[in-house]
Ligand binder design. Structure first.
Ligand SMILES: NC(=O)NC(NC(N)=O)C(=O)[O-]
Length: 361
């Protein structure tokens, strides 16, 4: 029998997926980023929305929870725990074959993790970020999805009916690996498999939120703009310092970077963001929060509404003077049915949160 250690077949396809060893200096210097149109949509698995990694088959080197952390992965070379190099991601141990004659993992050997989306929805693309995993990234990944009511645990998910979202696809090390998805079904949970083993820094699941309509109806009055309720940012004038999606995230902002801050305008224009509401509804009470914006809070804000994709814009809230670092509570005198709302900001600056309380029609 040949000694397997001495047969080292070269596999060019695998080499293409490899990343160079860590070169020192800026750990992101040779990171292979990429532009995927679907990343403009919100991350339905965002930890801040309630996304969670419910279980994983193995997490020997690094914890599964790291997968959904909102910030980019960090890397400190030569930082060793008792188990190995400290990695900011989900990293499993190396798989082995079963016998001396077959020491390599089998073709279908893999590790898995179960993910609960923070908001159910239609997935349009999955981003598998292997930042800093070079030499220990997986060869391939696949993603499946299912839709289950209520709050199932890992054992319920085992028995679920899974359908493929991303077929088994190659993965590059230290790179943003994007996989567009075309399946339109609403999903609540995902199963990611990595072949045969390895590490993934972050998982982003971009798509259109589709929360439970029966729950919203039971709530009655709720924030029609909130991402958790199915509100979406359709477009905005500026994304320079931070994302306008922050406006509709849960909770309050803790620092300036957790709100929406536009750059300093050097013209006579205004900034704006256009939102699609959770559904056609009546807005009765508005909250505009400039928390953590002191020398750069928006000066004035106004709201307009639109009923339907082609409806004409009408005034909801006249331009209103804003105070820095302040929650403004603004009742609306004459609510009108709306499907979309546009926030105008003059002349520029920061707003942390926008809440549009009302009910569905
Ligand atoms: N240098 C490493 O990262 N080694 C191992 N991983 C960790 N985290 O130590 C491995 O599996 O390749």
């Amino acid at each position: 029998m040949p000694n397997p250690a001495r047969t080292a077949p070269a596999e060019p396809a695998v080499d293409d997926l490899a990343a160079a060893p860590y070169p020192g200096g800026d750990p992101y210097a040779d990171y292979r980023g990429a532009d995927f149109a679907f990343t403009a949509l919100p991350d339905l698995a965002d930890r801040r929305l309630g996304g969670a990694v419910l279980a994983a088959g193995d997490e020997f080197f690094a914890d599964r929870e790291n997968l959904l952390k909102p910030d980019p992965a960090e890397f400190r070379p030569h930082t060793f725990t008792a188990k190995g190099q400290l990695m900011d991601g989900w990293e499993t141990r190396r798989r082995r074959g079963r016998t001396t004659g077959a020491p390599h993992p089998g073709p279908d050997d893999h590790d898995w993790a179960l993910i609960r989306l923070g908001v159910p929805g239609t997935v349009r693309g999955v981003l598998v970020d292997t930042a800093h995993f070079r030499g220990n990234h997986p060869l391939a990944v696949s993603v499946e999805a299912t839709e289950l009511p209520g709050t199932p645990g890992p054992e319920d998910l085992d028995a679920a009916d899974w359908h493929p979202l991303v077929p088994r696809s190659p993965v590059r090390g230290h790179a943003a690996n994007g996989y567009p998805v075309t399946d339109p079904r609403r999903v609540t949970h995902l199963r990611i498999r990595q072949y045969p083993d390895g590490g993934i820094a972050r998982l982003r699941v971009h798509g259109e939120p589709r929360p439970d309509r029966a729950w919203l109806t039971a709530l009655g009055t709720f924030d029609l703009a909130a991402l958790a309720h199915g509100g979406t940012v359709e477009d905005a004038s500026d994304r320079f310092f931070s994302s306008p999606v922050n406006l509709i995230m849960p909770g309050t902002s803790r620092v300036m970077g957790e709100g929406w801050e536009t750059r300093r305008r050097r013209d006579r224009g205004a900034d704006w963001v256009r939102l699609r509401l959770a559904g056609r509804g009546l807005i009765r009470a508005v909250e505009i929060d400039t928390a953590n914006y002191l020398g750069n809070a928006a000066g004035w804000a106004g709201l307009r509404g639109r009923d339907g994709e082609d409806g004409a814009w009408f005034d909801l809230l006249p331009l209103t003077r804003l105070q820095p670092d302040t929650l403004h509570r603004l009742p609306l005198d004459r609510p009108r049915p709306a499907t979309h709302v546009r926030l105008d900001v003059l002349p520029d600056g920061g707003i942390a949160r926008l809440r549009l309380h009302g009910s569905l029609l």
